[in-house]
Design a protein around this ligand. Structure first.
Ligand code: ADP
Ligand code: ZN
Ligand code: ZN
Length: 835
């Protein structure tokens, strides 16, 4: 007998289980197959990890069904899933579930139904949640758990439903939904007889004139078109129906067939646009040539080459190297995965790949329909696509022979999946490349401190592109990057200007508008309305115990109410999210004793409004989370701006990601300090990266350009370094800070978060676990390991849940958790932020 070791797709189940293959499935099932199996009283999906002749248990149950004749995971993907599960503490099944396209992978679910309406009525007054569940089920009949979820966004209704099941009011039954995606077929028709025979059959094709005419018209079309054609065309030309065609088929004149087609979201783009200038490989500059030699050597090497960190300023020609590496990969009969932060925000990168490799590129991203996604995934599986581009999940395209993995803008936060299963796609990419023997390139102008540190320790190989390609006009000592003028907002305030814009920024905008060029106004959204600082001297209110910025929150308050820099939260306590220290808002600045202590709060609407007031005739465009909720909003806003239908683009974080807007000659950074003062060890690095990336948007053409950076903390090293585009200055300084404070890369972090609708419950659970962990640390004498917290998270309430956290810090905190079961905790290994 043959046995299969299977990861079953049941939430919260760890481990694998053995099943046997019924005789008729032998030879049809192998590693990577998606099957259904009995599990307890349920039928569930699972993926075969391996076949074996030695089961772990004496009695096994049979595999029930094979859901796809081809494996859904390659052998290397299974290995990747195992390694990811091990390094991230996620259940293996959760990782595998994430690797499969939406709709194919299905978790078992419960179906609820009211047992007897009378019991409901007799039951009398229940809790509010009970009443809501019963009302819903009375209206809708039976519903699956995931359907009920949609009606209870912030409520744990399942516990209540189980109570109702136990008291006999509801019944529940376990169900396994069938995959919701399947191949798409079209019906085609084709003539099967010689023309003369069809001609001869014409007169008596139908009894009534109407049928006769329809069938004649259909047949005539098929006589003209010798190939199989889509029946939709026949319907349109002849107004015949399927019944008419079936009749012709019955008579043996034509044949109707079903043909599988690929749903391809790129068809329109590829056939529509012209991109000849983009399709020819460029001659490399000497810097590019040097980097390319190293990459080429890695392709030729028989032993494993560590990942490359391609460190190059914006516009230095990184993408051109990715294109070349992809071409080399294809030449070798292999496939390439190109990861980008977000498709909608990087249309230019995507287009360059489409034009360089027409017909061979697939996009995988969340805004495709399930069918398009499934078909792209299946084309990847068959090796029909040579290049797959997409955000982090594109790493899991089941390509048969991966020869290249690129992570563009590898510093970007979107590579980290901040919902379970938590993982970092750049880390996963490195592991996957090693397993595939693929060349791996991580590209960025501002790699994270950790990524840069890895290059220093030999874990990756650093390649450098220090200058912009187009340095012709804008030639400065900064490698073609635009000059940045730092404006000290404390001085502006002293001279009586209380608005958002400083005089230099106003002057700059005026000039741009007058010259009919374009400007970008950037506002860091993350961290507004949260920290408290002195408008007179720039001092930030900090915790006396741990020097972390103190923060305050106004529950439910939008970040854009009130005048800028002018919220006085008199009654609110300031809190340290590191040690829990609390205090009232200080009356006076502890540094200069002025009464100018304020919380900072500003939204992009506010920036837009003030710009409008200053420049009534300027055409403004706002690009933030609110204006981009609609489908395709990103593309519309970007193409509008690129086509110069607006003069000023006001935007948030999105502006930092790989845009190439040649007419932009001014970038205004409205307040650079925002984000710097968050209680998070990665705050400075994120802010520096953002500022540098945004500054890099200016002067990308011969028109030149400049950056105006407004700040209350001009002396901060992150702002100093960003204003000089000086990555290495920032890196050295930040590394020293991290070493002093014992943060990564000099330690590792694991973040544990507990969420509850009751804050006291969350706090109690956090305290309890912290107690247990402290005890373990003591018993095991881990003197280099400590706990930060338990404290409420910085974003203390999210979606109706109160959040508490514990951060473990030490050389190997993860090993303290192995084998512990923490089902209600969200566990993040090496998080990218601890807010
Ligand atoms: P990055 O990815 O580092 O931002 P790109 O690859 O997009 O840089 O290059 C910036 C610009 O320079 C693009 O318009 C690109 O077409 C052009 N470019 C890149 N390499 C070359 C080259 N070797 N010769 C001429 N132009 C180049
Ligand atoms: Zn002060
Ligand atoms: Zn503190």
């Amino acid at each position: 007998m043959i046995f299969a070791r299977i990861a079953v797709n049941v939430p919260s189940i760890q481990g694998v289980f053995d099943y046997h293959l019924p005789a008729e499935q032998e030879g049809k099932v192998s590693a990577g197959h998606l099957v259904t199996v009995p599990f307890g009283k349920q039928t569930v999906q699972g993926v075969v990890l391996e076949l074996t002749s030695h089961p772990m248990v004496a009695e096994t149950k049979p595999i029930l069904d094979v859901l796809d004749p081809l494996p859904v995971l390659t052998g290397v993907q299974i290995e990747l899933a195992k390694q990811m599960a091990g390094s991230t503490l996620n259940p293996l099944a959760a990782i595998i579930d994430m690797m499969l396209p939406a709709g194919l992978s299905q978790q078992a679910d419960q179906r609820f139904e009211i047992r007897e309406q009378r019991a409901v009525e007799a039951g009398g007054q229940g809790t509010a949640i009970q009443t809501r569940i019963l009302k819903l089920l009375t209206e809708r009949g039976s519903l699956r758990g995931r359907q009920i979820d949609r009606h209870f966004s912030k409520v744990d209704w399942r516990k209540t439903a189980q109570t109702l099941v136990r008291s006999g009011v509801l019944t529940s039954q376990s169900v396994l939904p069938a995959p919701t995606v399947r191949p798409k077929f079209i019906r085609t028709a084709q003539l099967t007889v010689p023309i003369e025979q069809a001609e001869a059959a014409m007169p008596d094709l139908g009894k009534t004139t109407a049928t006769l005419e329809r069938r004649q018209a259909a047949l005539r079309l098929l006589m003209r078109e010798p190939d199989s054609i889509d029946v939709a065309w026949v319907y349109a030309e002849s107004s015949c129906t399927l019944a008419d065609l079936q009749e012709l088929d019955e008579r043996g004149l034509i044949v109707l067939r079903e043909m599988e087609i690929w749903r391809d979201p790129l068809e329109k783009i590829e056939s529509g646009e012209q991109g000849i200038e983009n399709s020819i490989p460029l001659e490399l500059t000497p810097d590019q040539q040097k980097a390319w030699q190293a990459i080429q050597a890695a392709f030729q090497s028989f032993s494993h080459i560590p990942p490359f960190l391609l460190h190059g300023v914006t516009g230095s020609g990184k993408t051109e190297l990715y294109l070349r590496a992809a071409a080399e990969t294809i030449r070798r009969g292999q496939q390439a995965i190109i990861l980008v932060p977000e498709i909608a925000i990087t249309p230019q990168t995507v287009r360059r790949f489409l034009f360089r490799f027409p017909g061979q590129v697939g996009l995988l991203h969340s805004r495709l329909s399930a069918g398009e996604r499934y078909d792209t995934w299946r084309r990847a599986r068959l090796g029909l696509l040579k290049v797959v581009i997409g955000p982090r999940s594109a790493l899991f395209a089941p390509l048969p022979k991966v020869g290249l993995i690129v992570a563009d803008e590898c510093h970007d936060g979107s590579y980290y999946q901040s919902e379970p299963p938590f993982y970092h796609a750049v880390e996963a990419a490195k592991v996957y490349a090693r397993l595939c023997g693929a060349v791996c390139i991580l590209g960025s102008a501002t790699p994270t401190v950790q990524q840069r540190y890895q290059a220093e320790s030999g874990e990756s190989l650093r390649l450098e592109l220090p200058t912009r390609i187009q340095v012709s006009v804008n030639l400065t000592e900064q490698g073609g990057l635009p000059p940045v003028s730092v404006v000290d907002m404390r001085e502006e305030l002293k001279s009586g200007r209380r608005g958002i814009f400083s005089q230099p920024l106003i002057d700059g905008l005026e000039e741009v508008l007058q010259k009919k060029q374009q400007a970008i106004l950037f506002l860091n959204r993350r961290g507004t309305a949260t920290y408290v600082f002195c408008r007179a001297c720039g001092a930030v209110a900090k915790c006396p115990n741990c020097d972390t910025p103190l923060t305050y929150h106004v529950e439910g308050q939008k970040s854009n109410v009130g005048p800028p820099y002018d919220i006085r939260p008199a009654t609110f306590d300031l809190r340290c999210h590191h040690c829990g220290y609390q205090r009232k808002m200080p009356e006076k600045c502890p540094n200069c004793h002025s009464t100018q202590m304020r919380a900072y709060g500003l939204g992009s609407e506010k920036v837009e409004a003030e710009a409008k007031a200053l420049f009534p005739s300027a055409r403004l465009l706002r690009w933030d989370w609110e204006t981009t909720r609609q489908k395709d909003a990103h593309e519309i806003i970007l193409s509008h701006f690129a086509a110069q239908r607006a003069d000023v683009l006001v935007g948030t974080q999105m502006l930092a990601k790989g845009l190439d807007l040649p007419l932009v000659t001014l970038v205004g950074i409205v307040l650079a300090d925002v984000g710097l003062n968050l209680p998070d060890p990665f705050a400075a690095e994120r802010t520096f990266g953002l500022l540098t990336q945004v500054a890099g948007r200016a002067g990308r053409s011969a028109l030149g350009g400049k950056v105006v950076l407004q700040t209350f903390q001009p002396e901060h090293y992150a702002i100093q370094a960003a204003s000089r585009h000086d990555y290495s200055e920032f890196y050295q300084r930040e590394l020293a800070e991290r070493r002093n404070l014992g943060y990564p890369p000099f330690s590792r972090l694991v973040r544990l978060e507990y969420r509850a609708s009751d804050p006291v419950h969350a706090e109690n659970e956090a305290r309890r676990l912290a107690g247990r962990l402290s005890a373990d640390i003591q018993t095991e004498k881990r003197i280099q390991t400590d706990l930060i917290g338990p404290v409420p998270c910085f974003f203390s309430k999210v979606g109706g849940w109160y959040r508490w956290q514990i951060v473990m810090r030490g050389p190997d905190p993860i090993s303290l958790l192995r084998g512990k079961s923490l089902p209600d905790w969200r566990v993040e290994v090496e998080p990218v932020s601890i807010l």
